[in-house]
Ligand binder design. Sequence first.
Ligand code: GLU
Length: 334
Amino acid sequence: MYEGLHAEEAVGPAAVSTGQLPPPGVVAAFVREAHERYGEVTDGTVADYIPALAKADPAWFGICVAGVSGETFAIGEAALPFSIQSISKPFVFALVCEALGGGRARAAIGVNATGLPFNSVMAIELNGERTVNPMVNAGAIATTSLAPGANAEERWRFIREGLSRFAGRELAMDEEVYASEAATNQRNQGIARLLHGYGRMYCDPDEATDIYTRQCAINVTAGDLAVMGATLADGGVNPVTKERVLEPERCRRVLAVMATAGLYEQSGDWLYEIGLPGKSGVAGGIVAIAPGKGGLGVFSPPLDAAGNSVRGLLVTRFLSERLGLNLFASAPAG
Ligand code: GLU
């Protein structure tokens, strides 16, 4: 039976957080080792609730680490494009915070895991979809509805160009994935209209759902995810293009929200095992961020029951431990 992160695994000695990535040769060797070690894992199934995603080859497997000095370490299908899906959420949240000010975005969307008091019985009854923070669909569609612009075209351009600055290259939408999801996203349309009823939608709800569906269909690679993550790790400056995309004080807020809710109902397990802010997407991507050090992008389409890439979880755990990235890891001073 597939146990995911519940499975105890000796990945080798876990290094503690060092303040910077280990030397390039060490990073390259561990990236290679992670690819070899988990290449044979066949657990998980490719997402098919968006029909176009079902065409993915379960064998695709790419890893990339990008350091804050701009160096990258890639292996496997790290240059193969796939749709960013939910990984767009933290980056669009970042752009909206930058445009509106973090305080306004926080008030309009919320940043809690449940948004309910510690002793709430409702918190037990409610499922994840009703939770409002920018990492789950309700909050993410609300975030998209806050993108500045006089019309849908301008809002979409704000998002596509903003995500491109994070990646350091012009990103484009996958038309087939967009059309496939637009034809089957009645649930997201319902969420947007419900939020509209509660006064938590900031442009027309159908327009917001359409732009959100487009943002999810933007194509990226594991290499792009690593650079996008490294930008959040580098106080908002893209370490490859050197362009400032975000103010440093926004970066740490975005990372806090990712740590709270980046992996849906597995966010606690993720933080417990990996100890980094991260975000996954249903096309099989995962991004993890080691503040001040770098970003990690993994692409492998087979997912576990929570919708997270099986190999992606294993690779991030392995590299977090071996590269000393876990934010909570320390050793006695003496
Ligand atoms: N576009 C997908 C949705 O909204 C993204 C889901 C995901 O990546 O988890 O359903």
